[in-house]
Design a protein around this ligand. Structure first.
Ligand SMILES: Nc1ncnc2c1ncn2[C@@H]1O[C@H](COP(=O)(O)OP(=O)(O)OP(=O)(O)O)[C@@H](O)[C@H]1O
Ligand SMILES: [Mg+2]
Length: 395
């Protein structure tokens, strides 16, 4: 799928609007390097007008040598850099296939279309299918921070666009992912009702809402009663379809073991269990973990996230590990900054990347991804989970 490299979110969104559904935005050439490293099927890179010219030409040169099958389209703002013969000569020598003005979206779309034709001619129409990983954020208790953590984890996994991430709001009655990200979706999962057997990647792409170029969101229905019409089979179809397109599908859930949550858990590769340091929550989390064990869900791939993990309540992480029989994978303290970021619509990993909570969430994302997207200190990627068939819910 086309990838746009553009540091300005509004410009990235404008360019992406001209490209096929599933086109993806990254905010820097560093993120582009990580992206093309992970996506061997990439066929076109669009370098946006806010990238410095030297930076853009260096990216062309690196792709020309390292990934000659990837076409590069350079977009320039003519008031900064006139598209003249000097620029065209430099761009073509560096390996660009097209140079187009930033205000001509039709020209951008046409250049990407030509790149696709070339890709099909070089590689054949089948391309490569990938299998992304489903990360489900779950807790049997309400209000413990599932949505906050799911949204922040999705952004941390996306790493500014280095990975393609879809965030699915499966709190079907009272989902608040969209409002947390200040998005106003025109479509939600409601528009997929009835397509348990027909839903495909293109239809699903039309139901997603883009957040700042890097994360796509499948929002929950706007009316709570719609929940009744969303079947477990539809949830399964949505997740299996999304994992064909995205590197990570992050699922936010309702605080219940209902049928749709169970369907999501059944597709889950990595389960992030959120707990807080109070006895009733810990009791319920323990029961939930026992249930996950009994059902064989995400065995060996459950990660305990302690939210509001403050020292003063008489229960430390070591005691919690003893009670739950699960090591603490991440801890996030109570912080007014988290609540303030939620209210401002800018999750803390985006608004305050140096905050200790952001560092903790990014570390958990790194653990889930197996290695930092930037690649330099790459730890070995965990072996894919054994595809144990877990259980099926009858409709
Ligand atoms: N570590 C934290 N410090 C301060 N406030 C937090 C923290 N984690 C979450 N919150 C706040 O707590 C409130 C509830 O969080 P959130 O909506 O993420 O919980 P939830 O588990 O998704 O709830 P529900 O079960 O209702 O869906 C939000 O206002 C959020 O900003
Ligand atoms: Mg929630």
């Amino acid at each position: 799928m086309p990838v746009v490299v553009e540091p300005d979110p509004a410009t990235a969104a404008r360019l992406l609007s001209a490209l096929p559904p599933g086109a993806h935005g990254v905010d820097s050439t560093d993120r582009l390097r990580a992206w093309v490293g992970e996506h061997t099927d990439e066929y076109v890179v669009v370098l946006g007008p806010h990238l410095g010219l030297e930076d853009a030409l260096a990216a062309c040169e690196a792709l020309r040598v390292g990934r000659p099958t990837v076409s590069v389209v350079v977009v320039r703002d003519q008031s900064d850099t006139p598209i003249d013969t000097v620029l065209l000569t430099r761009a073509i020598k560096a390996g660009a296939r097209d140079v187009v003005p930033h205000d001509d979206l039709e020209a951008v779309a046409a250049a990407v279309g030509r790149a696709h034709q070339l890709y099909v001619a070089l590689r054949g129409p089948a391309g490569v299918t990938q299998q992304g990983r489903v990360v489900t954020v779950f807790s049997p208790k309400g209000g413990v921070g599932k949505t906050t953590m799911a949204v922040n984890l999705a952004l941390a996994l996306a790493d500014g666009g280095a990975r393609q991430v879809c965030l699915v709001d499966l709190d079907l009655a009272f989902g608040d992912v969209a409002i947390t990200l200040q998005l106003f979706p025109s479509h939600t999962v409601e528009h997929a009702i009835g397509s348990e057997d027909t839903l495909d990647a293109a239809m699903l792409a039309s139901l997603l809402t883009r957040h700042q170029g890097a994360v796509m969101v499948l929002a929950a229905p706007s009316q709570p009663d719609v929940r009744e019409r969303i079947t477990p089979a539809l949830v399964t179809r949505v997740l299996t379809t999304l994992r064909e397109t995205f590197d990570f599908v992050v699922v936010d859930t309702a605080p219940a073991f209902d049928e749709t949550t169970l369907a999501a858990l059944d597709e889950t590769d990595e389960c992030v269990v959120v707990a807080t340091l109070d006895v009733p929550t810990l009791k319920n989390v323990r029961v939930a973990l026992e249930t996950l064990e009994m059902l064989g869900i995400a065995r060996g791939r459950r990660h305990l996230l302690l939210n509001r993990a403050d020292d003063a309540v008489g229960l430390g992480p070591d005691k919690v590990e003893g009670i739950l029989g699960l090591a603490v994978a991440a801890q996030v303290a109570t912080s007014i900054d988290i609540a303030a970021s939620t209210n401002a619509g800018t999750p803390i990993v985006a608004g305050k990347p140096d905050h200790p909570s952001s560092t903790a969430i990014r570390a958990l994302a790194g653990l889930l991804a197996g290695a930092p997207a930037g690649g330099a200190e790459s730890a070995p990627h965990p072996a894919p989970p054994t595809p144990t068939r877990r259980f099926r819910i009858r409709r």
